[in-house]
Write a protein that binds this ligand. Structure first.
Ligand SMILES: [Mg+2]
Length: 211
């Protein structure tokens, strides 16, 4: 199996149930609920020697709901629970920044230090670039997949010249029509999966087809 393959995975609505900025709640630990099939899916991908990272947009930082420390505590807690089940990923990334358009839409002052135009926030590929750097992969020569419950996750995979998989968990059902329209434009580069395990299987099937 080729080893220069990177699978990026979204967090909220993909790995865990998305309760909408749950990090602002004091009992956030109790709110963490990992979807069925996530542990099996990660183990399946890692069992085939793929590089697997989790990369999430965390606009809650820019919106003042919680700080970066809370995001990292949550990531650490999820990582600990996944590891306890034998699912070990290769890295965690998040983007606390939002762009100007987002800030205007949400009435955030443009002087907010977390308002910044950059490609870290999905559908930008900054987190994939960082992951490639950390894992000593060359983004241009790697096969990239991105799994998530929003069209921006799918688009991040496409923007990295890779493929995107929309999950119908989290916000996925709301995004399905939009992603189906994207599919017409990006033939063969977008998949839709009902849950995480079937998304992981789709990645492996796609890789095997290319061998
Ligand atoms: Mg999500």
């Amino acid at each position: 199996m080729k080893k220069h393959i990177l699978v990026g995975i979204d967090r909220d609505g993909t790995i865990i149930k998305d309760d909408g900025y749950f990090g602002k709640k004091e009992d956030w630990k109790k709110q963490i609920d990992i979807y069925n099939g996530v542990v099996e899916g990660i183990k399946l991908l890692k069992g085939h020697e793929l590089n697997v990272i989790i990369a999430s947009n965390q606009s809650g930082v820019a919106r003042g709901y919680f700080d970066c420390k809370r995001v990292e505590e949550i990531n650490w807690e999820i990582d600990k629970r996944l590891k306890a089940e034998g699912a070990v990923v290769d890295g965690w990334h998040y983007c606390p920044f939002v762009g100007r358009d987002y800030a205007i839409e949400k009435c955030l002052p443009l002087t907010n230090p977390w308002v910044k135009e950059e490609d870290l926030r999905k559908p930008g590929i900054g987190m994939l670039k960082r992951a490639c750097h950390d894992l000593r992969l060359n983004l241009d020569n790697s096969q990239i997949y991105f799994i998530g419950d929003q069209s921006s996750d799918v688009q991040a995979g496409l923007n990295a010249n890779g493929k995107g998989i929309l999950l119908l968990t989290g916000h996925g059902k709301r995004e399905e029509d939009k992603v189906r329209r994207m599919k017409e434009q990006y033939s063969g580069r977008i998949f839709i999966a009902g849950n995480f395990l079937s998304a992981a299987k789709k990645v492996l099937e796609d890789i095997i087809l290319k061998l």
